[in-house]
Write a protein that binds this ligand. Structure first.
Ligand SMILES: Nc1ncnc2c1ncn2[C@@H]1O[C@H](COP(=O)(O)OP(=O)(O)OP(=O)(O)O)[C@@H](O)[C@H]1O
Ligand SMILES: [Mg+2]
Length: 369
């Protein structure tokens, strides 16, 4: 089976409102898929259809090889789900809730104990196994919910904002667990508003907005797309009088234009138009004038700025191989003590904001659904 999930024209309407609109999407088997979108975009509704909690208005999907419309019971055996809102029995203890799930899936008695204990230890909730759900904190309930969803070792696990409200350490425990489950062959569908989490874990990302798929690619593919789009925008804004020398692609900004120091501003403008620069920001403990002068001498940098607390920012020609390293080498050669280095590449959050702001579908962001 190549795909764990394949939706075709999947649609859900509530009255005359369409929450999920003819969704076509494929999730590769044994992958971690990030399912993103603004509030109300249709993520939970999609997951509810894929987990057979609600029926589609039209269209269908195959989950674990079974059709959600015709074989919902088979689908249910293949999947586990951590819902957006914890759905546990409040008057039962953590252990009793997990046990109920185990019994629902018919886990044999001799295996049940071991599985429950292992999972509760794994997410560090065993210490509270006899506590009533209604007496638990949000994070503790979330952990119980994860244990309950994994008790039958589902092939495909749906996690609807699983780390919301979790402390940073517990979040990392859950990230490790997701990675470990995936290493063991489980497919994971992760709904999240935490772009760092998605970037860290997910192989592919789908973004929905107003019930429609507006992006589908790897996180890096989406970022590259945004860079290209910005490049196109900048080029279309380029004043007609600006001539772009052909050799620009090959040489550095200063030499390519034959410019002196005074002309650097225009060189920078032109290079910016072509979006060829990468901003590099370096924190140096013992930054001095000599170090700054040496960096300025490099042929691959421009717009060198120093701020009060020892941060040096420079624009480096991103097409020059080893450009960033050359700047760092120059600082180290002058005995600079570097404490941090940052580059300003677009983040997944930038992509998300850009796409969901548009409210239209830009096909260039969708790569083979
Ligand atoms: N049972 C329902 N009846 C009517 N409308 C509904 C129902 N369930 C969801 N909706 C609507 O469908 C849309 C999509 O909701 P959904 O819960 O799928 O969004 P979401 O992408 O999960 O958002 P969030 O990030 O806030 O969790 C919303 O406008 C919501 O109001
Ligand atoms: Mg939701």
């Amino acid at each position: 089976m190549k795909y764990a999930i394949e939706t075709s024209n999947l649609t859900k309407s509530f009255g005359d409102f369409t929450a999920v609109d003819t969704l076509d999407m494929k999730v590769k088997n044994k992958s971690i898929f990030g399912f993103l979108g603004p509030n109300g975009a249709g993520k939970t509704t999609t997951i509810k259809m894929l987990t057979c909690l609600i029926k589609p208005t039209s269209g269908t999907a195959k989950v674990g090889g079974y059709d959600i419309n015709t074989d919902p019971n088979e689908v249910r055996q293949k999947i586990g789900m951590v819902p957006q809102l914890v759905s546990l029995y409040k008057d039962l203890t953590a252990r009793e809730n997990v046990e109920l799930c185990a019994d629902y899936y018919g886990i044999p008695e001799d295996e049940k104990e071991e599985r429950m204990n292992d999972l509760m230890e794994l997410v560090d909730i065993k210490y509270a196994e006899n506590k009533l759900i209604k007496q638990m904190s949000g994070g503790q309930k979330q952990k119980v919910s994860v244990v309950a969803s994994l008790i039958h070792r589902p092939d495909i696990l749906f996690l609807d904002e699983p780390t919301i409200g979790l402390d940073p350490t517990t979040k990392m425990v859950l990230w490790d667990l997701i990675t470990e489950l995936n290493d063991n062959g489980h497919t994971i569908v992760l709904c999240s508003h935490d772009m760092y989490e998605v970037d860290l874990l997910c192989e592919k990302v789908g973004i929905v907005d107003l019930g429609k798929l507006v992006a589908f690619n790897t996180p890096q593919g989406l970022k590259d797309n945004l860079i290209k789009e910005k490049e196109r925008d900048l080029l279309s804004q380029k004043p007609s009088s600006t001539k772009i020398p052909q050799e620009l692609e090959k040489t550095s900004p200063k030499t390519q234009l034959g410019l002196g120091e005074d002309d650097l501003k225009s060189s920078r403008e032109l290079t910016n138009i072509l979006n060829k620069s990468k901003e590099l920001s370096i924190m140096i403990n013992n930054l001095d004038d000599e170090m700054v002068e040496e960096v300025k001498k490099l042929d691959i940098v421009y717009n060198v700025k120093v701020n009060d607390n020892g941060r040096l920012t420079v624009d480096v020609d991103k097409f020059i191989e080893d450009g960033v390293n050359n700047v760092i080498r120059s600082i180290v050669k002058n005995n600079g003590v570097i404490t941090s280095i940052n580059t300003k590449d677009p983040s997944l959050e930038d992509v998300f904001v850009e796409l969901t702001r548009k409210k239209t579908v830009d096909e260039s962001y969708i790569k083979e659904v």
